[in-house]
Design a protein around this ligand. Structure first.
Ligand code: ME8
Length: 517
């Protein structure tokens, strides 16, 4: 009996903020591309996203707007869902930390950790960064008492609190990280976390009393749960951990990948695994910390007025172009720099010149020379074998990149095949072969090879650019032949002769860079 292959991937759950920008969209679109890719390659995938709705920051913002925190978050979270729908993000579940199913699990976790003596009461006096919802000891603060993560002033907090015995598990965690080098990726983040843990872990303050907007601690109702402990638990509460129906938990935990931005790697590779260790649960396979999408002017922020909204870009350039750009532009683990010029350059170069033009001009040739009907290929010669070999290797290359979460490399490897096909067209010049009746057989072979590559490119690119296939299949005359859309069909020569291609409008019209504002 073959065992079902499962794959559980999560994004961070986002703080409700007025609008998510392209940096947030990057994480979720990248996770979506991985989820789509895994589904296409035979996995039973669970893809989770959601919203992180508690904490002092939200309580304050709601107050500023004269709303209750619940009213405030409800409105924003419906905007998140709209955004993900518009970006064609295929999540399987959206967890809100204000949902009952989540609260119950967080309360059970607190109770268990308390009952087993891993949570104890003491009084907390120290520093708190409200924007980051992070506690800091004096020694970790930057000069001038600012948060070492975001550079904003911290606040002095003095309250009676409960603490979680992180220190008790530090050695076990360090051992796990050192024995499993793939646990934290990329390696730069692995190294950072190893030295962070080695510098000593303090017990973590896990409850607050000076505000109400949080999950009540079951054994002391004056306290609410620290928002990060609340938030991290989403990865198992959404699976029904420790409830009457924990079938999803049984099937999908431990997660294969928590995809997170580099700023929150520490929470996911120190606090979260220690909670899991204390609960006696398995740790996630991988935490991948991706780089940030930056602007020349620095970080995006509302106050600087330089926030780039994904839906505005979609409106202007189309979904596939925006997704392609995001996924291609941020190299694995590094930061990427957003600029509209770079986006337009990618559209004009990679999508209009290379990809779109390949499809449009090839379809036009088959229509012109054979009334659209693709002929059976003849004997191979010249550069055919090299092209076919690359086409046959590309699916495995893609699998390797995606297994390492190197989405940009994966997209680039499809681009490499596109470029090789374009070069092949120049090398074989079907337009010249068409003028010579003695070369009919060669012309058939060349066009067959090119169209078979186009079919395979369409299959391989669909997790990244989900709208592309809907436009490419009709051009290739394959819209109803879904068997040839599948990953299993990526075997050279599956495309039957006799397929009828159509001429179409440019798949990616060029954009005049001069027209940019
Ligand atoms: O951190 N480029 O939520 P969040 C790339 N609620 N990624 C970016 C980015 C940028 N310019 N700006 C932000 C939280 N991000 C917590 C998570 S998970 C249990 C709780 C990424 O809304 C950031 O790195 O502040 C993070 O991964 C994600 O957006 C959510 O940020």
């Amino acid at each position: 009996m073959s065992q079902e292959k499962t794959f559980y991937i999560t994004t961070p759950i986002y703080y409700p903020s007025d609008n998510l920008h392209i940096g947030h969209a990057y994480t979720t679109v990248a996770a979506d591309a991985v989820a789509r890719f895994k589904r296409a390659t035979g996995y039973n995938v669970w893809f989770l996203t959601g919203s992180d709705e508690h904490g002092q920051k939200i309580e304050r913002k709601a107050k500023e707007k004269g709303q209750s925190p619940q009213e405030y978050v409800d409105k924003i979270v419906s905007g998140f869902k709209h955004l993900w729908t518009e970006l064609e993000v295929t999540y399987d579940d959206f967890i809100r930390t204000t949902e009952e199913r989540h609260k119950k699990v967080v309360q059970q976790i607190f109770q268990k950790l308390y009952d087993q003596g891993d949570i104890y009461k003491a009084s907390y006096e120290g520093w708190y960064c409200t924007p980051c919802e992070t506690f800091w000891t004096e020694s970790r603060l930057e000069d001038g008492r600012v948060c070492p993560d975001c550079g904003r002033p911290v606040e002095l907090v003095q309250e009676e609190s409960y603490f979680f015995r992180m220190s008790k598990y530090a050695g076990t965690l360090l051992q796990h990280i050192e024995n499993n080098p793939e646990f934290i990726q990329p390696v730069s983040r692995h190294n950072e976390m190893v030295s962070f843990i080695k510098s000593g872990l303090d017990d973590l303050c896990v409850t607050r009393t000076t505000f109400d907007w949080g999950i009540q601690v079951p054994f002391d109702t004056d306290h609410v749960a620290y928002v990060w402990v609340d938030a991290l638990a989403n990865y198992i509460s959404a699976l029904g951990y420790n409830t009457g129906d924990d079938s999803l938990y049984q099937k999908f935990w431990p997660a294969d990948v928590h995809l997170v931005g580099k700023d929150i790697v520490r929470f996911h590779t120190v606090i979260w695994p220690i909670i899991l260790l204390a609960l006696g649960l398995p740790l996630p396979q991988k935490v991948v910390g991706h780089g940030w999408m930056l602007l020349d002017s620095g970080k995006m922020s509302k106050s600087k007025g330089n926030v780039i909204y994904p839906l505005e870009l979609k409106e202007k350039y189309g979904l596939d172009a925006v997704r392609y750009y995001l996924l291609r532009e941020i190299p694995f683990g590094d930061d990427g720099y957003y600029s509209e010029e770079a986006l337009v350059h990618r559209i004009n170069q990679d999508l209009a010149n290379d990809l779109g033009n390949l499809f449009n001009r090839t379809a036009a040739m088959v229509v012109k020379y054979f009334d659209g009907v693709l002929q059976e290929p003849g004997a191979l010669q010249g550069p055919d074998t090299e092209l076919i070999n690359l086409a046959q290797d590309t699916p495995q290359t893609l699998v390797n990149y995606m297994d390492n979460m190197e989405v940009s490399g994966a997209v680039a490897s499809v681009g490499k095949l596109v470029n090789r096909v374009n070069k092949y067209l120049e090398e074989t010049s079907p337009w010249a072969l068409a003028k010579d009746p003695g070369q009919k057989d060669r012309l058939n072979t060349v066009l067959y090879n090119v169209v078979e590559c186009m079919r395979q490119i369409t299959v391989m690119i669909s997790p990244f650019m989900p709208e592309f296939p809907q436009r490419a299949w009709p051009l290739l005359g394959l819209e109803n032949n879904t068997e040839l859309h599948s990953w299993e069909s990526l075997v050279w020569g599956k495309l039957p002769g006799g397929t009828k291609l159509k001429k179409g409008k440019p798949l990616f019209p060029r954009i005049d860079p001069a027209a940019l504002d």
